[in-house]
Design a protein around this ligand. Structure first.
Ligand code: AMP
Ligand code: MG
Length: 343
């Protein structure tokens, strides 16, 4: 593959043309980066195994890491998944409350979904994006779209078309530029299961739909933290995911920081608050704040991957991250910081 085209989708009047063009590429088995409300995805026709194989190749993604399948309608869920009778009710409630939106459901798969999509698992992860362009493209294609995040494997997820370009230019047919992503963090992934009194919702990945938001639907079980890179308890949730190229260290308190002479350090600050003792305690070569407007966790989530990328490209030798409060959206942010700090 040589050139990657950038397709501008900022003009609503031109949306139909963009959708038609992208549907043409996907129908022909090409792969295209697409905007969603979480992060940019790298899309392929989910029912075309050869096209999906191109996604793995472009991302250099190992084949034990399954992809999320985007649907355009509730009916399309039944085309790819077999929802067991005992969880039909909770699945319907979850979809009604959070679709379209950043919630992915892991359900038993149907045979039409190629094994390469699910890494041979008997289940498939499905979601419906709220991004108008993504929605229109899935509907236009008529088939579901398999779309993992549009970055090279293990790297920072892209929240803008230019970030995708840095990751995948020359490896994919096109990038649809739909502006910056609204949520900025990957979807929450849950596997619903029947329980004795209430359903159990196994939270395989924390994200914008928080534990607090899910509790009314069932008993939420958080994943056990996986410290090794050998045996992921949930596929794809490797300990060192989301790593910047620059080493990153997550520190509990500033006193744990032991700088080496001659090394350049960048600080990933939460709100630049002085009371945590990080920002003014050292002469940092570069400081980036997750929530400079003091919007706290919501602002931090939207800016997370953008800020991480800024620090990664700033030329520092090491990134020091201060913790954010581990509630609500902060759970997903801390999870990503921990993974980014594993080498
Ligand atoms: P990404 O598309 O890069 O955001 O990653 C998709 C993630 O969804 C994978 O890394 C898995 O953790 C998860 N996933 C996808 N399919 C399944 C499945 N069938 N069972 C469990 N987890 C899944
Ligand atoms: Mg990813």
């Amino acid at each position: 593959m040589s050139e990657t085209r950038i397709i501008d989708a900022s003009d609503p009047a031109a949306q139909n043309k963009v959708v038609e063009e992208v549907v043409g590429l996907l129908s022909a088995g090409e792969i295209v980066a697409l905007p969603t409300e979480t992060v940019y995805g790298l899309g392929a026709d989910a029912l075309n195994a050869d096209a999906v194989a191109k996604v793995f190749a472009a991302k250099e993604r190992p084949e034990f890491d399954p992809l999320i399948v985007h649907v355009g309608s509730y009916e399309q869920v039944d085309e790819v998944a077999e929802v067991p009778e005992e969880i039909k009710e909770v699945v319907a409630k979850l979809m009604k409350a959070h679709w379209p939106g950043p919630l992915t459901l892991v359900l038993p798969k149907k045979d039409c979904v190629p094994d390469i999509v699910t890494s041979g698992l008997p289940s498939v992860a499905v979601r419906m994006s709220a991004h108008p362009i993504m929605k229109a493209i899935v509907r236009g294609l008529g088939n579901p779209i398999a779309a993992p995040s549009a970055n090279r494997f293990g790297r920072i997820s892209p929240t803008s078309a230019s970030a995708v370009e840095k990751e995948l230019a020359g490896r994919i047919s096109a990038i649809v530029d739909g502006g910056a992503c609204r949520e900025g963090l990957e979807s929450t992934i849950i596997r619903p299961e029947a329980g004795e009194k209430r359903p159990t919702l196994h939270m395989l990945r924390s994200g914008p739909v928080t534990k607090e938001m899910l509790q009314r639907f069932g008993k939420v079980e958080r994943p056990k933290r996986n410290r090794s890179n050998e045996a992921p308890e949930a596929p794809g949730q490797l300990a060192n995911h989301y790593a910047p190229v620059t080493p990153l260290r997550l520190l509990r308190k500033f006193e744990d920081f032991k700088p080496e002479a001659g090394k350049k350090y960048g600080l990933l600050s939460y709100c630049g608050a002085e009371k945590t003792g990080f920002i003014n305690a050292y002469e940092w070569d570069q400081v980036e704040q997750l929530s400079p407007g003091n919007g706290k966790l919501a602002e931090a989530a939207v800016r997370f991957f953008f800020v991480l990328r800024q620090l990664d490209e700033s030329g520092v030798d090491e990134i020091i991250a201060e913790p954010v409060s581990e509630t609500g959206l902060g759970v997903a942010i801390m999870d990503k910081l921990r993974r980014a700090s594993v080498r």
